[in-house]
Design a binder for this molecule. Sequence first.
Ligand code: BES
Ligand code: MN
Ligand code: ZN
Length: 496
Amino acid sequence: MEFFATSAAPARQRTDCAIVGIYAPKRLTADAGLLDKAAGKAVSAAIAAGDIDGKLGSTLLIGRTTGVACKRILVVGLGKKREFGERAYRKAVSAAIGAISHTGAANAISYLSRETVRDRDAYGVARLAATQAQNDIYRFDELKSKKGKKPRLKRLGVASTGRGDVAAMERGLKDAVAINAGIELARDLGNRPANVCTPGHLAEQARKLGQRFKRINSKILDRASIKRMGMGAFLSVTAGASAPPQLIVMEYNGGGDEDPVALVGKGITFDTGGISIKPAASMDEMKFDMCGAASVFGTMLALARLRLPLNVVGIVPACENMPSGTATRPGDIVETMSGQTVEILNTDAEGRLILCDALTYSRKFNPETVVDIATLTGACVIALGPHHTGLMTPHDKLAEELLDAGKRAADVAWQLPLTEDYAKPLESNFADFANVGGKPGGAITAGCFLHKFTDGLNWAHLDIAGSAWVSGKAKGATGRPVGLLTQFLIDRARAS
Ligand code: BES
Ligand code: MN
Ligand code: ZN
């Protein structure tokens, strides 16, 4: 979809569909009022008839209008005016896009962006609309023999209140388009099944990014190199699989000789659990176990499109976690690249095993900051549900930056404590420590495991097990946290 900003008033503006709001109960916004007047009270008549009252997310389409330049008026309920914030605004935009998709409109202009959205400026309001709209029209049908219809809506305008705002909105739309591309890539990669999205397929994405963008150099390390570097933990996870593992490295250079930000993404293309095999129910969803990796690819793409002036290195350890005669057994002890030994008590706690070696590897780049992103624990889903990504870090300033970026990008995270107490269950009689503790505080124990490999690094861990995909009828990858990560980098670029 294409986006544009416009400052034209609604009654005179030609468009297939003018989107205006109504607050609960039955309170027209100024723009709805202007259209109502020009269109011979078409909107207020519908309200009087009881067709719409302003309930958040409700819609009413008024077609064949006279007296106005638009072909249709879509009235959208915005809920109570004093509760109109980011959540309500997104819901209203979403409802509008949904309603328009049932019409023949190829373009539309939203006047909802002229309302005051709590804590959002013109830039933010435009960007939110574009990201929400693009997310809503996303479909994954590349593997269906009959493709779905392409969405008819091709161009969406966001109306501004004045001249300065048009420029700010244009910036918001431009950033949104880059971020949307990153989100879309992450969703596509996540949605592809494990027989398509293999470790080799992920490596191919890195090569493509390297070819497409001058500023990105990618490098793929194979099993022999992984072995040579002493990544015993990574190797133990791939031991049962026939698909070869890949250590994928993408360097984006936009910041001269500054130390880079390292993004480390879990790339398990399928997680059976290994010998500690998972139950059959919903096991298909473990194709999403590479969504951390997908968010790194998506963020690299967004960053390259935005041409941000900083250095970023994306690191993705990619492999399958499979049971077989060559698979790692519970009780096996491996030596990590850091030299520390790990007793693998549960082969299903594999994410931390590939990540610990990738985190050690990241030191090679002398990173200023390291953020790892992983669908790491079911416990995080229990703790936070699908809404917030789990954030763990011993560094308060970094926590604040990431939490703030999440809020700004409407891709939120919530911090969990990461104190020494939670590392206690990892004690082992046979190795330096084990790869699992008990169930209580499982998301944090996993964080503590990673912390053992990040001494001296400005490091944070994002557990996206709950936020990276949705289950049920709308099953599919969300593209999170590409929004949060890209925002974090935008803010970094601005601060330096
Ligand atoms: N990929 C899973 C985590 C996961 C499970 C994410 C369900 C989303 C939904 C991870 O590799 C895993 O299996 N973790 C185990 C750890 C346990 C053995 C300590 C878990 O969470 O059950
Ligand atoms: Mn697992
Ligand atoms: Zn996993």
